[in-house]
Design a binder for this molecule. Structure first.
Ligand code: FES
Ligand SMILES: [Fe+2]
Length: 358
């Protein structure tokens, strides 16, 4: 039910410590994260192979983890290396380990076939590590299927309705038709709102009252990663032609990671490259983001409550759904590919049967 062979964001780097065992459920699986003696993040299934107790209730012994139910000791790769009161280690006494890569303040995890994990496929969020940009780290937990959150992020026409006092603004924004293009593993969605009133959050960090040219250009990638360049500039100063000298610019990194079928994790940030020596500006931008994302949170949970009341409810599609429909199609295709690859040969299509029938 979840795409497995892809990189998911498991945590902000700052959430994983050297001296503490950190647990988070990802894709219906309890995962234990910690740092080894070299500071490298490690990930194991957080379920002891003995009787299923969480290893996160255990203790670190150097690089090893001891389950504090009956004392089995595990190496960082998940192999059990000690069983109290016996010399022989059962051959299947191990817990699953997962490839993890820590880069640019995010810890990425691969929950699928480890042979296919290629760190080069991790999306580049360079601004999270670049001293020219400032941001605060954000996280929200949702009790909804993660696709309701990705739907929301794939359709910014909701901004003026859900966020009139934060990141939204003039309702003409909702009447724009975004450009939607295919990119590797996702979509690029671009919106230019020319000569429009500055959005409420832009008015908080500038003294602008005259019209601006506003843009939101983002890649939305499988499994649920949003990478955005956005901003506003005084109207007619050349932003649409690539001249951003007078603009306020932002880079946003957001990631939705399923927890269970009915819950997910949402990591977010909005970096700015102006007033970088004024932490109050960073705080204001982050607070607006939190306020806005709490508005989404309230709306999406209310939507989920309604959907749960009537599982037969059928949505009426409209043009605004173009990007989210395309993204859901991409996810379905990936799920289908993984199902086909995992199916036993006898259950797959047999080419010789097709030949006989034709
Ligand atoms: S459940 Fe872990 S040692 Fe028994
Ligand atoms: Fe929103």
């Amino acid at each position: 039910m979840f795409v497995k062979n892809t990189w998911y964001v498991a945590a902000w780097s700052s959430e994983v410590h050297a001296d503490r065992l950190f647990s988070r459920v990802l894709l219906d699986t309890p995962v234990l994260l910690w740092r080894d003696a070299q500071g490298q993040v490690r990930a194991l299934e957080d379920r002891c192979c003995h009787r299923g107790a969480p290893l996160s209730r255990g203790r670190l012994e150097g690089d090893k983890v001891r389950c504090l139910y009956h004392g089995l000791l595990f190496a960082p790769d998940g192999q059990c290396i000690e069983v109290p009161a016996q010399d022989r280690i059962p051959p299947n006494a191990r817990v699953r380990g997962y490839p993890v890569v820590e880069t640019k303040q995010w810890v990425w995890i691969w929950m699928g076939d480890p042979e296919l994990a290629n760190p080069a496929d991790i999306p580049d969020t360079y601004w999270l590590d670049d001293p020219a940009w400032r941001y605060r780290e954000g996280y929200l937990h949702y009790n909804v299927n993660y696709l309701l959150v990705t739907d929301n992020l794939l359709d910014f026409s909701h901004l003026p309705y859900v966020h009139p006092n934060t990141v939204g603004g003039d309702e003409s924004f909702a009447r724009l038709r975004p450009t939607i293009e295919n990119v590797k593993d996702g979509l690029r969605i671009s919106r230019w709102h020319l000569s429009s009133p500055p959005a409420p959050f832009v008015r908080k960090v500038t003294d602008w009252t005259d019209p601006v040219d506003r843009w939101n250009i983002y890649d939305f990638l499988v499994p649920g990663i949003l990478l955005m360049h956005s901003g506003s500039a005084p109207a007619g100063t050349g932003a649409p032609e690539g001249r951003f000298e007078q603009a306020v610019e932002f880079r946003s990194a957001q990631a939705v990671t399923p927890e269970t079928a009915n819950s997910c994790h949402y990591f977010f940030s909005q970096a700015h490259n102006f007033c970088i020596d004024d932490p109050k500006v960073t705080d204001v931008i982050h607070q607006v983001l939190i306020d806005a994302f709490n508005e989404d949170h309230a709306m999406i949970h209310a939507q989920q409550n309604n959907l749960a009341l009537d599982p037969a409810f059928e949505m009426v599609p409209v043009g605004l759904d173009a990007a989210l429909n395309r993204f859901r199609w991409m996810i379905d295709k990936r799920l289908e590919q993984e199902r086909a690859a995992a199916a036993p040969v006898s259950a797959r299509a047999r080419p010789e049967a097709a030949t006989l029938a034709s």
